[in-house]
Every structure is written in structure tokens, then in C-alpha cells.
Ligand binder design. Structure first.
Ligand SMILES: *[C@@H]1O[C@H](CO)[C@@H](O)[C@H](O)[C@H]1NC(C)=O
Ligand SMILES: *[C@@H]1O[C@H](CO)[C@@H](O)[C@H](O)[C@H]1NC(C)=O
Ligand SMILES: *[C@@H]1O[C@H](CO)[C@@H](O)[C@H](O)[C@H]1NC(C)=O
Length: 504
């Protein structure tokens, strides 16, 4: 309504960026007078710290007798990886100078990398340019280049969205299972490596938690890979390990089809047809359990987006490292079976894991939110939340669908935070317009989120989880690789595409 308010809003955004970088990295000099005061304060501080250390030592000695075993009894105490004790991390930022919610959001996103769990740009290259990267200008508006609104990602919008790091989805369709899924997955991984290489000022190849922070400090978008579906390894521990060696850092246990060893979410859906559809396996089979443990052993994150509830439960019972849901929302707010149910959310807290909330309207606005899909009707009456400053003033760039979606979607984030804690929620947008993250964060600022919690949502939680997976890998390094194989007929029911080598 008030146009001046919006002008002030966008004018101040540039300085917000500069200020927050300054606060983090500038080394301020001090006058001599100040130096004396500082030495005095330092002395007092040292005495205080010494006293604290002695007190802690006493407490620790007393506790030794009472606590032993270390088993996780309840959810609250279990997240041993949460302190992120290894490697460096970035400090909590103070954005109190920010003049608006959007300025505060930008300040936070300049202080800590926003790590998004899922983006399907690689498959867009497959669909719209037959995997060619060098004939497509990623610095242009890809909606125009490819003449489709399905293209939510290009470099200008990534930068406007202040993305810090991205798990690029290495996805191939379920119909390639038992056929050329491994080949096609390798080609998708090659697509990712090509565009990361082609735009070195924008992207940096990353395979570790520390690498995300290092890329961010250099102003680059850390680029990681998630393999979206267990069908991509064709029931082979060998291909799983080789995908890790090629840089893949999570695997979604299934896509929307069963593998021979794990159930997908469709098993749970009301339209599941037991005559026509795949037979349930009861979650993970014994082989599936070995896949999870092998992923833990090699340091690959286990992603439970797309799997059946039974698969989530079986995985959480055996996983040695925290799991992620790379792009899933809250079932209690939208009863799509791609989403995570409350009891599983609680198990995920116990596991120390992370739900990276999906923006896709089908997973965000269904019952009991009762939105159908984003429509003009919703825009006319953006139910159930009022229009907010961050949305009204977003430089006119919101698509109408997005305008509505942000309301619902941030509600999912709050819901998960309130149910299991801010340490277990992140962002896995699933190719919504990547320029709109600052508006989302501004909306969360409006709802009272502080800088520390916003940094956790953005990336600190993911970095904690990845560090813990790296730690588990180190702990399991003495264990031998899994070498079992499924019977040929189970692993390769469509024999025509596989070579029998178990007979001479
Ligand atoms: C994209 O969406 C806009 C706004 O809804 C519409 O005007 C345009 O025709 C769409 N473009 C394509 C290629 O579908
Ligand atoms: C389930 O699938 C079978 C086989 O395709 C079909 O005949 C049947 O009508 C389906 N049942 C329902 C409830 O849709
Ligand atoms: C959605 O509809 C159901 C009835 O079908 C109602 O009980 C529920 O309160 C509605 N949810 C919202 C957010 O209005």
C-alpha cells in the first residue's frame, strides 16, 4: 500500500550486505586509551574463565559416577553431533542495525550459507537441452531461454536469492530402473560437473561440510550432489561406493518407486492399489538395512524424502549417523505422503536429523490447510495469513503462486521448529523460484525468529549433520565394505538389460 515504505526497503538492502560483511571480517583498530581499558577487562575475564573451568571440572568429576553407558534414552539428549565440535564454524551474527525485516533477512544470509537440499536444474538440462550445458547461457533468464516457467533457477536468480550452497539433484526417472539408471545417473552427474566447471566465479565443487563454509567465504555457491533414488545404484554396493567417490554426498533411499530393497511413499497413499501396484516389502529388507549401514560407513547422508513411512522407521532404528529429508514438509499441515508424520518427526529428533522443507505447493497446501494449488483465488484472498511487508515489497517479482506459497510454506517451518526444535529444520525448496529466499527469511523475521535460529535453518543444521556423518565415517573406517549381492532375479528382473556373470 505505502509505496515509500517499499522504496526505503529496497534502497537500504545494498548497505545491509556491506555492513554485515564488515562486521564479520573487519579488524578494527583501537586507541591507546581503549587498549588500557581492554587489558583491564581482559584480566578480569581471565580470572572469571579460570574460575569457570575449575567449577566445570568439579561438576564433571561428580557426574562421572552418575552417568555412564551413554545410550540415547530420550530425544532431548541424543543429538551428540549438534555441537559441531570439529572444524571451524561462522559466528552468530548481530543484525540489530537492520532497518527492515528484509534487511535483517539479507544480513543473516550474508553471514551464513543458506544450504538448499534439493534443486532439479540438472534434469532441466536433460529435458530442454539434451544434457548440453555449453549451448545454454546460465547467466540469462532461463525462463525465456527454455520458454518454460518450470525453470526456477539461473545464476541471476541464485545470486538474488543469496544461496550459499546447493545439493543439485542427480535424478533419473523410475522407468529407467533395471535398465540404464546407472548410465543416466552418471550423465546427470556429468551435467552438474560441467556447469560447476563452466561458471567458476559462481560455483565451487564441494564434498565436505568445511568445503561449504570455505566456498561461502570466497563468495561462491558451494555445489554438492544428491543422488535422488536408490534405483540409481541398481542394487550394487560397488556403484554406491563409486558414486561417493565421484562426489555424491546423499542418496535418497527411493524415488517414487520401490527398489528391490526399500518401499517408497506410494505404498502409504490412499490410492495405493494392491492388485496393480508394487508389493510392499515392509520398509527396508535385510539388504536395504545393509545399504543404510554402508552409506553410514562411507559417509554418505541417508535421505528419507520419497520413502514409505515404514522405510523411515526401519532406517531410523538402525542409522548410525543423522538422516536428512532433502525436500519434505510436515504431514500434519498437509497430508501428502511425501511429507513427514509427527511420530517420525520425533524419531528424527532423537536421531539428530534434519527435515529440509519443500516449497512445492502439492506438499504444502493440502488438507488440513485445504489450499488446492496456488491459484488466482488465493491471491485475491491470501488465506489464512495477511499480506506481509516482505511480500508486498519484493520488487514486484513474486509469481502469483509463490506469493501464496510463502505463507503456507513458512508455516511448515514454524510447525517443525515448534514440534522438534530449531536444530532439526532446514530448506529443501525443490525448484521453486530461487530468488525468493530473502523474502521467506523476512517473513520468518516478522514472526519473531532471531539471527541464531535463522542461521540454523539456513545452513548450520545441515553442516552439523554432514560433519556428524563425516565423524561416523571415521569411526567406521575399520569395518570392511559390504559385498553382498542380491540374487540375480531379484536385482535384475528385466534380465535383458543385465549380464549374467554368476554362471560360466
Ligand atoms: C509463465 O507464467 C506467466 C505468468 O503466469 C505467463 O504470462 C507466461 O505465459 C508463462 N510462460 C510460459 C512459457 O508458460
Ligand atoms: C486396481 O487395479 C486393478 C488392475 O489394474 C483394477 O482392475 C482395479 O479396478 C483397481 N482397483 C481400484 C480400486 O482402482
Ligand atoms: C480444512 O477443512 C476441514 C474440513 O474439511 C476443517 O476441519 C479444517 O479446519 C480446515 N482447515 C483450515 C485451515 O481451515
Amino acid at each position: 500500500m505505502d509505496e515509500n515504505e517499499c522504496v526505503a526497503y529496497s534502497n537500504s538492502s545494498g548497505s545491509a550486505t556491506v555492513n554485515s560483511r564488515t562486521i564479520l571480517f573487519e579488524d578494527k583498530s583501537k586507541s591507546k586509551m581503549q587498549t588500557r581499558v581492554v587489558y583491564g577487562a581482559l584480566f578480569v575475564l581471565i580470572v572469571a574463565v579460570l574460575a569457570l573451568v575449575i567449577a566445570l571440572a568439579v561438576v564433571a568429576t561428580q557426574n562421572k559416577d552418575t552417568t555412564s553407558g551413554g545410550a540415547d534414552v530420550d530425544g532431548g539428549s541424543s543429538s551428540s553431533g549438534q555441537t559441531g565440535s570439529e572444524g571451524t564454524d561462522l559466528p552468530v551474527v548481530d543484525c540489530s542495525y537492520a532497518a527492515s525485516n528484509l534487511d535483517k533477512a539479507k544480513c543473516v544470509l550474508d553471514s551464513y550459507p543458506l544450504v538448499d537440499g534439493h534443486n532439479d536444474l540438472p534434469y532441466r538440462y536433460r529435458r530442454y537441452s539434451n544434457t548440453a550445458v555449453y549451448t545454454v547461457d546460465l547467466t540469462s533468464d532461463l525462463r525465456k531461454t527454455w520458454n518454460t516457467n518450470l525453470s526456477h533457477t539461473d545464476i541471476p536468480r541464485l545470486r538474488k536469492g543469496k544461496l550459499g550452497a546447493q545439493f543439485w539433484a542427480c535424478y533419473v526417472p523410475c522407468k529407467s530402473q533395471y535398465k540404464d539408471a546407472v548410465l543416466l545417473s552418471l550423465e546427470q552427474l556429468d551435467v552438474i560437473k560441467k556447469y560447476v566447471t563452466r561458471y567458476p566465479d559462481t560455483f565451487q565443487w564441494v564434498t565436505t561440510a568445511q568445503g561449504i563454509l570455505d566456498a561461502f567465504k570466497m563468495g561462491k555457491i558451494g555445489s554438492l550432489v544428491g543422488l535422488e533414488g536408490g534405483h540409481s545404484i541398481d542394487s550394487s554396493f560397488g556403484s554406491l561406493r563409486m558414486f561417493y567417490d565421484l562426489g555424491v554426498r546423499y542418496m535418497t533411499v527411493t524415488h517414487s518407486c520401490n527398489t528391490p530393497w526399500a518401499d517408497n511413499w506410494r505404498q502409504d497413499a490412499p490410492d495405493y492399489n494392491e492388485t496393480a501396484d508394487e508389493k510392499p516389502l515392509g520398509g527396508l529388507t535385510d539388504f536395504g538395512k545393509q545399504v543404510i549401514l554402508e552409506m553410514n560407513r562411507i559417509g554418505m547422508l541417508v535421505d528419507l524424502a520419497h520413502v514409505a513411512k515404514a522405510t523411515m522407521v526401519s532406517t531410523l532404528a538402525i542409522a548410525r549417523a543423522p538422516v536428512i529429508y532433502s525436500h519434505s514438509s510436515a504431514f500434519a499441515l498437509c497430508n501428502h505422503y511425501r511429507n513427514v508424520q509427527d511420530d517420525v518427526l520425533k524419531l528424527t529428533k532423537t536421531n539428530g536429523g534434519l527435515v529440509m522443507v519443500n516449497f512445492y505447493d502439492k506438499y504444502v497446501t493440502c488438507y488440513p490447510m485445504n489450499g488446492t494449488e496456488s491459484t488466482l483465488a488465493h491471491v485475491a484472498a491470501p488465506y489464512p495469513y495477511p499480506e506481509t511487508e516482505s511480500m508486498r515489497c519484493w520488487e514486484g517479482q513474486f509469481s502469483q503462486g509463490m506469493y501464496v506459497l510463502l505463507n503456507y510454506e513458512s508455516h511448515h517451518i514454524d510447525y517443525i521448529k515448534n514440534l522438534i526444535g530449531v536444530d532439526h529444520v532446514g530448506i529443501g525448496a525443490d525448484y521453486d523460484d530461487v530468488s525468493t529466499y530473502p523474502a521467506l527469511f523476512a517473513e520468518l523475521v516478522r514472526r519473531g525468529w532471531n539471527e541464531a535460529d535463522l542461521q540454523k535453518l539456513a545452513g548450520r543444521n545441515l553442516i552439523r549433520v554432514l560433519r556428524q556423518a563425516e565423524k561416523v565415517k571415521a569411526e567406521m573406517s575399520h569395518e570392511a565394505p559390504h559385498e553382498d549381492m542380491l540374487p540375480f532375479e531379484v536385482a535384475a528382473p528385466e534380465e535383458v538389460c543385465h549380464t549374467r556373470l554368476d554362471t560360466w
